[in-house]
Design a protein around this ligand. Sequence first.
Ligand SMILES: Cc1cc2nc3c(=O)[nH]c(=O)nc-3n(C[C@H](O)[C@H](O)[C@H](O)COP(=O)(O)OP(=O)(O)OC[C@H]3O[C@@H](n4cnc5c(N)ncnc54)[C@H](O)[C@@H]3O)c2cc1C
Length: 396
Amino acid sequence: MRSTQRGSGRVIIAGAGPTGSSLAIRLATEGREVCVIERSRFPRHKLCGEFISPECLEHFRALGVLGPIGAAGGDSIRRTVFYALNGRSAEVPSEWFRGSGGAALGLSRAEMDHRLLEAAKRAGAEVVEGASVCGAHLESGRVSAVEVRFDDGSRETVDGSIFVDATGRQRVLANYAARDKTKRGHRQPSLVGFKAHFSDVGMQPGRCEIYFFNGGYGGLNFVEGGRANHCFLVSSSAARDCGGDADSILSNVIFRNSRALETLGGAKRELEWLAVAVDGFGLRELSPAPNLFTVGDAGAFIDPFTGSGMLMALESSELLAECLLAGELERTALRYAAAHRKRFRGRLRLCAFMRRLAFDPRLASIAVSVAGISSGFRRIIAAMTRKGIPDKVVNP
Ligand SMILES: Cc1cc2nc3c(=O)[nH]c(=O)nc-3n(C[C@H](O)[C@H](O)[C@H](O)COP(=O)(O)OP(=O)(O)OC[C@H]3O[C@@H](n4cnc5c(N)ncnc54)[C@H](O)[C@@H]3O)c2cc1C
């Protein structure tokens, strides 16, 4: 990418997670000039539950990547079972969600993200890996270029007309471009996420299991290669009590959930633990400058227990692509904010409520026990994690 010759409508996308790559595919397929700048070199592991909800498969089909992603050898997940600390459980079949064949997919982010990015290249997007966005140039309040540092230490200024922050929860580009530097999004981390792959797990394929424990919850499902991914989110204080050591958290905190002990007690860890700090959930500023848009986790982060972060990534990139392709940049920010609010506000609101249950083992046990009684009730809650609480319920 060392050349800086640009077409007039060039879109610069920072970050090649599911959001950045899917947006690149959508825009490049419509003939837009797109450049994706990604810090890592793919394939790379990424902290995530690696539960790809059934609706994502419809997006993969529309993006033309269902074949390559389906061929990666992931696990077809037919049900998710929630296990409370008191031993109670409640099951949610994948067929309750819209999507291909009523199954979710367990697949590593290494595979999924790599295959999406390859599809973006095939669609015509320019992709630069091993390149970190490390600054933004502003002219009259608009972003005119980004500063990029390559992994060989060299630097370059990359200009464009439209800029998209798809760097995930860190909102790297939005933070560099923030007009009011006090608004930069450095919040105090209150949770820590960990993830590793395991062999010899005491669980059948085709399932995702969620374990509640003191200070957090974790998920387990198979991915490709006969291994299972265990990913958990725990309060910083509980992590500190275990010296920040994931193996110690697993043995001393998570294994108090008897089902987690049963499935993971004899398992062998096959990957170094990945860890990440999580400093908050919910909606963030969607257009920090008239020609800069945040999307995916950079725009709004939803609680992982819904298994719908990647769905929101794909849906929000679809919304932004529609708004950008509709033309008239001056109206894009308003149009995008309205569409985003309509699609996601109710979901984010429901999750803010459910979060209180998820992190309180006593409330989580009650919720799982109640949900275990009625499949009709479970089905309504499952649908609400996608459709959200309607405005008329909150503001009658
Ligand atoms: C503990 C945990 C478990 C989760 N489990 C699930 C799950 O099971 N199912 C689910 O659907 N969702 C899950 N999620 C949510 C899901 O991971 C996110 O919603 C999803 O990854 C968002 O995609 P994204 O593309 O917006 O961001 P990301 O996937 O974070 O991608 C951002 C990309 O930007 C790159 N980047 C960062 N900084 C720079 C920079 N300066 N310059 C260039 N590139 C940069 C990164 O390398 C990365 O590739 C989980 C989240 C957490 C925290």
